[in-house]
Write a protein that binds this ligand. Structure first.
Ligand SMILES: Cc1cc2nc3c(=O)[nH]c(=O)nc-3n(C[C@H](O)[C@H](O)[C@H](O)COP(=O)(O)OP(=O)(O)OC[C@H]3O[C@@H](n4cnc5c(N)ncnc54)[C@H](O)[C@@H]3O)c2cc1C
Length: 430
């Protein structure tokens, strides 16, 4: 598959997901001037879900994707299904008080049921495995934290689905020596590109017109909304900006609240009897620069590890990730790596999503590494608001993170300094 174009950087064309993608139609670029009720920028899960749900509510929807559908974060991530928000239950209670925290948690948890329902209703083949999500403890204080978080989840959120595992119990689930683990039984994993392509198919079937290779370069708000590409334009009553880390400049008011961070993944050769995750759970650890991994449907280890805060990617992505993988699994030293690629994670200062609207300009982004299912939910909330019920979007937009210090110009250098400090602490401890 061709790997040039707007969202084709960081070797997405060489990813395991592109190599195993289900057949999907190409969508022609936008040409000429058209009209719609809603124009959506971005063919990832946020944009496609907003488009699907708006079309199901009777709106005429045009979606513009600058490159290929699913080649943004949605089709290149770890595929880990982790219910809830990136901020834990204790953190939510501290920030919002128990009642609001529970309302936010319940809403975020809906993402899981929504995605499962979409997969079933539209017959999306995406290697869905509901095998749980395990977080392995690497720091001495982690087990106490796990206990407190599980207690808060059970008591405040009425969520009794977390088990605390001893080192020996954790080792039976994943073959690396964690100090213990927190195991959330409702998590799992899936092939994220095939899910995203399925969502696009569902949106098309609901009447959404999709244009690929159609970069939105300018947004006019007055006298009415009009979005321009280099070959055409769309006039509409509402616009959804769902470009996440790649959206730049169309709406300056959102730019200083998200920060793109390069993150990298490898897929090993099929491991056969050397499988290192007998439980088939999705796994991550408690390092600041988190390692996250899982088995693919054909028995490869898909391992994400290592972040880079400079704009340039590593020259050799496999060589960059391999040491993280071999430190976790020395038994895989020297195994073949068949695929290596990267993506941009958009993070916020609070690690909570930035969702909301300025008049008829709606947006949702900044899931901070926890957007596989939240993006689909956010798209639905945007569609609900656009079609007349903003109550749930309003609840979600109370999560609005502070801008990065230094505004758009200085957020990069200041943030990099902070991140390098925390990453160095990881290295000193281990
Ligand atoms: C390497 C990596 C691993 C991750 N692992 C996990 C994980 O295991 N679990 C988890 O929960 N989350 C994970 N995430 C986060 C998750 O993938 C994202 O939060 C989520 O996919 C965001 O979806 P989205 O639709 O908002 O953005 P995207 O999927 O990035 O879609 C945005 C789309 O907008 C398009 N676009 C941008 N600007 C324009 C424009 N001007 N005109 C036209 N089109 C435009 C882009 O080309 C892109 O296709 C990971 C992210 C990365 C990068």
């Amino acid at each position: 598959m061709a790997s040039t174009g707007f969202n084709s950087g960081l070797d997405i064309g060489k990813s395991y997901y592109v190599a195993t993608a289900n057949a999907a139609p190409d969508h022609p670029a936008l040409t000429g001037d058209v009209e719609a009720d809603l124009v959506v920028v971005g063919g990832g899960c946020t944009g496609l879900s907003a488009a699907l749900h708006a079309a199901e509510r009777g709106l005429k929807v045009v979606l513009l994707e600058g490159g290929k559908i699913g080649w943004g974060a949605s089709g290149r991530n770890g595929g880990q299904i982790i219910p809830g928000l990136r901020k834990g239950a204790k953190g939510l209670v501290k920030a919002f008080g128990p009642e609001r925290a529970k309302a936010l948690f319940d809403l975020a948890f809906e993402a899981r049921g929504l995605v499962l329902d979409i997969i079933e209703r539209h017959g999306i083949e995406c290697d869905l495995r509901l095998t749980g999500h395990l977080v392995g403890a690497v720091n001495g204080s982690d087990m106490r934290e796990f206990e407190e978080e599980a207690e808060c989840l059970a008591k405040v959120m009425d969520f009794p689905h977390v088990e605390i595992l001893s080192a020996a119990e954790a080792r039976r689930m994943v073959d690396t020596p964690y100090l213990g683990a927190s195991f959330e039984t409702l998590g799992g994993h899936m092939h994220p590109l095939n899910y995203t392509l399925g969502l696009a198919r569902a949106a098309s079937a609901a009447g959404v017109t999709i244009h690929e290779n159609s970069v939105a370069v300018r947004l006019e708000r007055e006298p009415a909304i009009r979005l321009f590409t280099d070959k055409g334009s769309v006039r509409a009553r509402h616009v959804v900006l769902a470009g996440d880390a790649l959206l730049n400049g169309l709406e300056p008011r959102v730019n200083s609240r998200i920060m793109p961070i390069g993150n990298y993944i490898v897929a090993t050769e099929p491991l056969g009897a050397r499988n290192v995750i007998p439980s088939n759970a999705a796994v991550s650890d408690t390092l600041f620069v988190v390692n996250y991994y899982r088995m693919s449907a054909d028995g490869r280890l898909l391992f994400g590890g290592g972040e880079r805060y400079t704009p340039s990617p590593p020259a050799d992505i496999a060589g960059f990730v391999r040491p993280h993988m071999e430190k976790t699994f020395p038994q895989l030293r020297g195994c073949r790596i068949d695929h290596a690629w990267g993506g941009l994670v958009s993070v916020t200062t609070s690690r909570l999503p930035h969702v909301g609207h300025y008049g008829e300009v709606y947006f949702a982004h900044g899931y901070s590494g926890k957007g596989v299912i939240l993006s689909t939910l956010s798209g639905k909330l945007l569609a609900e608001a656009i079609t007349g019920d903003a109550s749930r979007l309003d609840l979600f937009s109370t999560l609005t993170p502070l801008p990065f210090p230094g505004g758009t110009a200085l957020r990069g250098p200041l943030y990099v300094l902070g991140m390098l400090w925390y990453a160095m602490r990881d290295r000193l401890r281990h």
